[in-house]
Structures are given as C-alpha cells and as structure tokens.
Design a protein around this ligand. Structure first.
Ligand code: RAM
Length: 519
C-alpha cells in the first residue's frame, strides 16, 4: 500500500488565530551531551577511545562508534591529520543507524516508494585539518560509521572526538517513580518512554529519523503515553492547534501537518486519523480541563465526524463499501478497512458527544449519542456474521475488524475470544503489521476482559524488539521477519517510532498497581 497523495494546486485553509496559539506553545528543549560513544571498532576490531586518537586512518578504514543507546541530536567531529603535510582534501562518509542492521544495507539498492533522502548518510570533503566539523542535520542513531574514502599517501586522518548533543522536549523529572513486578516489564516500560522522549521534539513527531512530522494517528497514542509520564501538555496542545489551524479547504483535517518553514496541512486525508481527532481532544480535556482549548477546538473536532457522516454513510447507517481504502488502520495491501472504519466513526461520535457535554451543549450531545447508537446497531446488522461468528468487512475476515469493532463496543458479549482466534488463525487473512495495530489489539483484549492475554502479548511483541537488540520501539515489527518493511527496504524504516511507545501507557493503566499504591 503506497501512501502518496498529490492534489494539484492544493492550498491548505489556514486559521491564523489558531496557528498563532500553536506557535506560542513551542516547547523548551533539553540538551544532553554524549562526549564519547560507549565503544568503538576500527575495521571490526574493538579499540579504546584513547587508542583511537593514536590510530591514523587511511583510505578504506572504517570506524564504528556505538553510543550504547538511541540518540536524537547533532554530532560534532573532532578531526586531525598525522603524517606528512596534508596535500589533498580528506574525503569521508558518515552513516548513521538506529539499528546495526541498517549498516549492512546498500543505500543504492533501495528502490522503494519513499525518498532515499531519508537514509542518514553524509559525504564530506575536508580541506583543512585539524577541524571541528558540526554535521549539518539532526540525526536519529545509536551507531555512527565513519568511512575514510580517501586521504592521500602523504597523510592520514585521526578521529579525536565525536560528541553528540542530544535534544528532546520531554522532561524526565516529571515521570513518576513506579515499581514493577519484574525486570521484563520495567525494561519494556523504560524503552517505551525512551521512544516517546526521542519523538518529543518541536511537535510530537512520528519518528525522529523519518518522517520527523506530526501525524494524527501517532499523536493520539503519544499523548496517551505522555499523560502517564512526561506530561508534555503544552506540546500536545500545540499539536492539536496545528491540526485545527491548517486543514483541507473543506474543513477536513489532514493526516499530517508539516511545520517547516510554516505550518501547512499535507494533502493526505486518512479517514480514521481525522476521526480520531475528537477522541484525542476529549482525552486531552480529560487531563487538563482546558477551557480555551475546548472553546477553540470543539467545532473543528465535530466537523471531522460530520464530514464522514455526510459523505461516507449509506442509507442503512453503514460506512460505504468503497471506503475500504479510505483510511489507514494498518499497513496492508489486502486489508478491507470498511468495518474498522465504521468502528472508528462510532468512537469518534462518542467523543463528539462527550465534547458537547463538556461544552454544556445538551442538544448536540444527545444528537451525537443517538447517532453513535444507530451506527452500533447498523454495524452489528451489516458486519456480524452468525455463520462465521465474527465480523466480516465486505466478506473479508481480519483481526483488524474484530479489534476495532470490539473497541467500539459492537462485539457481542462473550464472542471476542473466538472471533480473535478465528481471524488470527485464518490462512491468508490480513496480518497485523505495525505496533500501531498491535496497540489496538492489546486494548481490545483488555476491553474483552482478556487481561492475561493482553499482558502476554505486550511482553512478547514489544519485548521481542528489545531482544532483537533495540532500546527503542519500531515503526513496524514482524517477529517472523525482522527486516520487514512497508516501504521496500528496512534502511528507511524508523526504529524509534511514536505509535510504538504505548506500552508505558498500557502498563501504567493496567499491569502495575494503581498510582496511589505505587510507589
Ligand atoms: C508513516 C508514518 C506515520 C504514520 C503514517 C500513516 O509514513 O510512519 O507514523 O502515521 O505512515
């Protein structure tokens, strides 16, 4: 499934008042210096950093620096020359990698549908040494590989230092002390917060390597996790204002917003992402009781559900079958999304009713609640199969439909377990591809009173990424294929990805004792 939308002459509709408020909410950054990596290798041989300064590097030499943890920040190299006078520029290449496996990929062999420019690689000519070289971009990495493309027969290069200045807007001082029943759960919790911290930048980014951008579906999950940890309330509010402040000309919210050079809605619409806006706003208000945000953002939120009701519902109250590709739900070519979208619409209508309740608008609250009720009934009529004992989306059985319709409260009492098992066991049925979908799967297990299964899945799935050598959570993870990528190559995958950060939220809310008793 390629997600490329290009609408000719697309002009977002901007609201300067809302964008002005978003600009005023820019976060304060926190910087941490990592002067030296934890370990380093020259041509595969481990060397101490001290020895590195005495080790002249020639054409073809490779230095691998391992910072021991995922970092988001800027790198400054300290380089010098040894030997005879420098009679030609030094020519070096730097490859940054979140996972060691990325370094075994050949960037030139990537022919997928995302831009190759996401591959974190620099080539530099150095005319003068010694020099302090500040690399031009912000990078997301644990590993840096320096390859000497050339010096000259007269001189060699010496690497004296490689300091990373890490940056994040997350405040670790706000994270409450918690006690964990065991080390595994703590490891998963900690990695989940590292993932969120590294995504908490000028906005809540989807991934600091790629797309470094504000996506609506990711935002909702980041915000949930932030409420139980960093409580980056201003950044979350800023993101909510950005989505409302720059939109499609007809009022729809874009699936993502560019923030540079100026905020601008992307011309990509994903129905489920837009429908999650009222949900995310309601969750923000439950945390903050922010009257200003309610007043400013209520109407933009309601418009998201209204638009779908007006355009995508058939006369029987079911989302039209041709909506099968109109949303995201998960990376999958074969997935029929219609039933899942009906569920997201129901949840969105619930949130709209709650928002109207907050605004003391009883009439509209009742209208949205009635609509949600009608859509639940329609969902059961349309998508539930007595014969199969699970939901079908235009004839297709998928775990995605079961999960979302469970979350929307449509799954008949006592039927969830068998429906999940059926969808997961069916050969050829679409499989869950992303931690985004796995988050909703765990949430659905919890909703269906399958708490043990939920915890076991969380431990196995997110723990699997840690066992694969990561200290942050990934954009897509298939335990059976660690190199899986929806983009045609793991070299552009993101290994610190927002929508993967939710274990801390799930653990906090469900798998460790309530805050009052903990610590
Ligand atoms: C990808 C991003 C983002 C996601 C969208 C749908 O490009 O990784 O996280 O929300 O797709």
């Amino acid at each position: 499934m390629e997600l490329i939308s290009i609408i000719p002459d697309f002009q977002p509709r901007n609201d300067p008042r809302l964008l002005g408020k978003a600009a005023a909410l820019k976060p304060v950054f926190r910087y941490t210096a990592y002067p030296f990596p934890a370990s380093c290798q020259v041509n595969g041989e481990t060397v101490s950093l001290k020895t590195l300064a005495e080790r002249p590097l020639r054409r073809g030499d490779r230095v691998l620096l391992d910072y021991g943890r995922h970092l988001v920040g800027r790198l400054t190299l300290n380089l010098s020359a040894a030997g005879s006078h420098m009679d030609a520029p030094a020519f070096i290449q730097l490859d940054f990698a979140e996972m060691a496996g990325e370094l075994t990929e050949n960037p030139d062999a990537y022919h997928g549908w995302l831009s190759r420019s996401w591959i974190q690689q620099e080539r530099l000519h150095l005319d003068r040494l010694p020099a302090e070289i500040a690399l031009p971009r912000r990078y997301a990495f644990r590993y840096v590989r320096l390859t000497v493309l050339d010096t000259s027969p007269k001189y060699q290069l010496v690497l004296m230092g490689a300091e990373c200045r890490a940056e994040s807007a997350a405040d670790w001082n706000k994270v409450p002390e918690r006690r964990f029943p065991d080390e595994e759960l703590k490891r998963i919790y900690d990695a989940s917060l590292r993932t969120l911290a590294d995504c908490t930048q000028d906005v809540l980014e989807d991934g600091p390597k790629r797309d470094r951008r504000l996506w609506l579906g990711d935002l909702r999950l980041e915000a949930l996790t932030s409420y139980v940890s960093f409580r980056s309330l201003d950044v979350i509010k800023r993101c909510l204002y950005l989505f409302a402040g720059t939109r499609f000309p007809d009022g729809r919210m874009s699936a993502n917003v560019f923030t540079e050079p100026e905020p601008a809605a992307d011309d990509t619409y994903l129905m489920d992402y837009a429908l999650l806006y009222p949900v995310a706003l309601d969750e923000y208000l439950a945390e903050t009781d922010d009257a200003e945000a309610l007043a400013d953002l209520l109407e933009p939120a309601l418009e998201q559900a209204d638009w779908v009701l007006a355009h995508w519902l058939d006369s029987n109250g079911a989302v039209k079958p041709d909506a099968r590709k109109a949303g995201f739900i998960d990376w999958s070519d074969s997935l029929n999304r219609t039933a899942a979208l009906q569920a997201v619409l129901i949840l969105s209508l619930d949130a709209c009713a709650a928002l109207c309740g907050r605004a003391r608008d009883g009439e509209r609250k009742a209208r949205y609640a009635d609509k949600a009720r009608a859509l639940r009934e329609a969902a059961l009529r349309h998508f539930w199969s007595e014969e199969e004992q699970c939901f079908l989306s235009c004839g297709q059985i998928s775990i995605h439909s079961q999960v979302w319709l469970t979350l929307a409260g449509v799954m008949p009492e006592g039927k969830a377990r068998a429906a999940f098992e059926k969808a997961l066991g069916l050969p050829g049925a679409p499989r869950m591809a992303t931690p985004y979908m796995h988050h909703y799967y765990v949430s659905a297990l919890l909703k269906a009173d399958m708490k043990q299964e939920a915890e076991a899945h969380l431990r196995a799935y997110w723990g699997g990424m840690l066992n694969a050598g990561s200290d942050t959570f990934w954009e897509c993870y298939d335990p059976n294929d660690l190199r899986a990528s929806p983009y045609g190559g793991m070299i552009v995958n993101s290994y610190c990805h927002a929508w993967s950060c939710t274990p801390a939220y799930l653990i906090d809310r469900h798998f460790i004792p309530a805050k009052e008793e903990n610590p």
